[in-house]
Design a protein around this ligand. Structure first.
Ligand code: ADP
Ligand code: MG
Length: 265
């Protein structure tokens, strides 16, 4: 191969946006010559590398756009520590079928049981499946919506929040929500209803949402839409954060309670 030919090939790669090939071409050509690769094997290797690089790049972009607070995976979740979670349900969720049908997932339980971990892990799985995902906390979301309302841009913001195929809303219930916040939250849930999936985590049982939203009527309206097509995972167990203290006998376990996961369609 002549130098001008190699330069030309690189220019072609660049025009075609095959950036991985552009950078690897000399090495790959050398390798192919050494290994006496067939034409088909050579092309297979070339395109395989480019597709691999593009897939990685797109995944990294989706993950960055999702704005996860950290990256935790399902693989690093210890299901044995939390027997109230049925791993089958989580494995089913990992397939992403609930996203296709615009269903919601509610992860409920006391602090430290892995709600945010699971929500992030499912979000990451969704990103791997090419799903546009956005992670937010309930407090952050309501603040954003309140700001948009004050700036007369609520509709624009609701439209933006309607775009990700999966919206993760973490930590409902830690901070009480005022009437305006509840109303804005209702508008968001209505906008996404049967259109875009939501994963929601809460340390409060659904029965306590009337208090969380400061108004039982609006809480019922929100729950009505959220629960219509939904999977609820009730986690009843010990805080993973405190497991070392539990092991050392410094704390009493919350007590093993039966599996309690419900689905409604
Ligand atoms: P929650 O959101 O329910 O308060 P987190 O998901 O923030 O709890 O979990 C607290 C910490 O413990 C995180 O670092 C999380 O990764 C870890 N953790 C919780 N449960 C498990 C588990 N079953 N296996 C592995 N790590 C866990
Ligand atoms: Mg959490």
């Amino acid at each position: 191969m002549t130098i001008p030919q190699l330069d030309r090939l690189r220019t072609h790669c660049h025009r075609l946006r095959l950036y991985q090939l552009e950078s690897e071409l000399p090495t790959l050509l050398e390798q192919a010559a050494k290994r006496e690769q067939s034409y088909a094997d050579f092309l297979d290797e070339l395109f395989g590398r480019e597709v691999g690089a593009k897939t990685q790049k797109h995944l990294a972009m989706r993950v960055a756009m999702a704005r996860f607070p950290f990256q935790k995976t399902l693989e690093s979740f210890d299901f044995k520590f939390q027997p109230s979670i049925d791993p089958k349900i989580i494995r089913e969720l990992a397939t992403g079928r609930y996203i296709e049908s615009g269903d919601n997932v509610l992860l409920l339980g006391p602090p430290g049981v892995g709600k945010t971990h699971l929500a992030v892990a499912l979000g990451l799985k969704a990103c791997e499946q090419g799903v546009r995902t956005l992670f937010t906390t309930a407090a952050g979301l309501i603040a954003t919506l309140g700001k948009a309302l004050a700036e007369n841009r609520l509709d624009e913001r609701l439209k933006l929040l309607g775009q990700p195929q999966l919206l993760v809303i973490d930590e409902i219930g830690y901070i009480p929500i005022d009437r305006q916040g509840a109303n804005l939250f209702f508008q968001l849930v209505s906008r996404r209803y049967e259109r875009g999936a939501i994963i929601l985590t809460s340390n409060q049982s659904l029965g306590a949402w009337g208090e969380v939203f400061g108004d039982p009527v609006i809480a019922t309206a929100i729950l009505d839409r959220l629960l219509h097509h939904s999977i609820t995972v009730n986690i009843k167990g010990d805080s993973y954060r405190l497991r070392e203290k539990l092991k050392a006998g410094l704390l009493k376990p919350r007590g093993a309670e039966p599996v309690d996961s419900t689905q409604s369609r």
